[in-house]
Design a protein around this ligand. Structure first.
Ligand SMILES: [Zn+2]
Length: 326
């Protein structure tokens, strides 16, 4: 148990969450979601849990859009207890589950879409790996870096994790080739388009979401590790995705969200390119004490969490527990 867990357990019954909220009121929290499902699955939170979270946010905090938060910071007028909701990737379950709840509760949201996924050109690679691992009838697979073949008879999540970890070390082309080799080794032929559990939003739905007043941002064309790209590919991912979305919604796209979003997934070269092609801000996938301190590396908290982690995040205990150097 961390010190933060201990404080949470001790202070919660005595109104400590409200004290934490007060102490952290100047710290905007930006939450990052990916998938919402009718029932919780691996990687997706339950719609009822999401609705409950949005109701708490509406009651206890001050939900604003990303754009409103940035303008407020420019005007030195960030509201207390500001919260921003974001969704990454562009799965169709956003439209089915999250969109109605957000509209009902009147909570703004920025949706970051991977345009190659929406165009039906690609699967998101973690899903493609998941499909191969789930549907293989092989007994084991050799994964680079693993001493022994990994068994597919036991927990297949271990196999997926090892394959995905290896993919994160590869360039985009190497990753495509590696996943093709996994498909061969596992003797699985994924369909051309992702099946319903991995389905993307379509442009009609995205236009609908945009017309409802939600911001659409870019999450690249093909969800690569941006630092692994040469300059030409880097610019293509940034410019093409921006242009595709703008053509569809008729508004300038000014926000970018780094695929994977960890500290090693973007660097000064990537940030300079993001700025150069016309984005006003870019979002990472990890928290920090000064959320908007770097507009090209804006911090976020994971939103798809247990209820205790969610409370720690939105009431500010997570912020109060962050080391001062992050
Ligand atoms: Zn993503």
């Amino acid at each position: 148990m961390t010190v933060n867990d201990l404080i949470y357990r001790v202070v919660r019954p005595f109104g400590g969450l409200q004290l934490a909220k007060y102490l952290s009121r100047r710290h905007p929290r930006i939450l990052m979601y990916h998938r919402i499902a009718a029932r919780a699955t691996e990687g997706a939170i339950d719609i009822n849990q999401f609705r409950h979270q949005m109701q708490i946010i509406k009651r206890e905090l001050n939900p604003v859009s990303l754009n409103e938060l940035i303008i407020a910071q420019d005007q030195h007028n960030v509201p207390d207890n500001a919260v921003v909701i974001t969704f990454d990737d562009g799965y169709s379950d956003f439209y089915d589950h999250a969109f109605p709840v957000l509209k009902e509760e009147g909570i703004p949201c920025t949706l970051f879409v991977t345009t190659g996924f929406v165009n039906g050109d690609i699967w998101l690679w973690p899903d493609r790996l998941q499909y191969c691992v789930d549907y293989s009838s092989k007994e084991s697979i050799c994964v680079p870096g693993e001493e022994h073949p990994l068994s597919l008879k036991g927990d297949r999540k271990i196999v997926w994790n090892a394959l995905a970890d290896h993919c994160l070390t590869l360039s985009n082309l190497e990753k495509i080739n590696f996943i093709a080799s996994v498909e061969t080794e596992l003797n699985v032929s994924p369909p051309a388009l992702p099946p319903s559990e991995y389905e993307a939003l379509d442009w009609n739905q995205i236009r609908d979401i945009s017309r409802a007043g939600f911001e659409i941002g870019s999450h690249s064309v093909s969800h690569p590790v941006m630092t692994s790209l040469n300059d030409e590919s880097l610019h293509h991912e940034l410019i093409q995705s921006k242009a595709d979305i703008e053509n569809q919604i008729g508004y300038p796209v000014t926000s970018f969200c780094y695929p994977n979003g960890q500290p090693f997934d973007f660097d000064e070269r990537v940030k300079a390119a993001v700025h150069e092609v016309g984005y006003k801000c870019a979002l990472a996938a990890f928290p920090g004490r000064d959320t908007l301190g770097d507009r090209l590396a804006i911090n976020r908290y994971p939103g798809s969490l247990s209820s205790s982690m969610f409370e720690k995040t939105i009431y500010g205990l997570s912020y109060l527990g962050l080391p001062s150097h992050v």
